[in-house]
Design a binder for this molecule. Sequence first.
Ligand code: GDP
Length: 187
Amino acid sequence: WSSSDSVISTDSAGEHSAEPGRPYRVVLLGASGVGKTAFASIFAGAADSMDSDDCELYEVTEKEIEVDGEPASITLIDTWDSERYMQTGDAYLLLYSITDRASYLRASELRITLRRFRPAQNTPIILVGNKCDLVRRREVSVSEGRACAAVFDCKFIETSAAMQHNVWEAFRGIVRQLRLRRDSKEA
Ligand code: GDP
């Protein structure tokens, strides 16, 4: 938990001004039960996990990770009120559960809502099909996930928070996209 007010504030246009060196704000979005809290606790490290208070609308963890030999500071926002926090992110992990088709449809809705808040085409977004360990309960195929990501112009990855499979790959992927965007702005 950290000083939330400064973390989630936006300026009047809903865009963040370029503050060099400030952490990237990465927002976890997705239907209830898809694994956002599990992602946040892996990110925070086991020691901090599940230190949540259900009355709060969001949980914030700040951490530095190394990606391709370069450190990156990330503020991860796990929110129960996605629309309210949509405009606060630099990048988004849009989660669904491969065992829950409704959550896959919800991810599409969230992507559309996100487009309203973040009309810029190069907003880093990764569509994350979580719970890929539950093979026998799969309701959404890999190709459906990929196709959805292609339609919505975002990257795609399947993960298992339970097996800690590809979760860090998703965080690293979002940092790489943020850097690409940063570098293209600087160019
Ligand atoms: P949230 O509502 O999106 O924050 O979802 P949670 O992180 O609370 O996860 C909901 C339930 O799914 C919990 O019981 C988790 O232990 C479980 N869960 C989360 N990720 C995975 C996963 O990758 N595989 C499996 N098998 N269970 C998971």
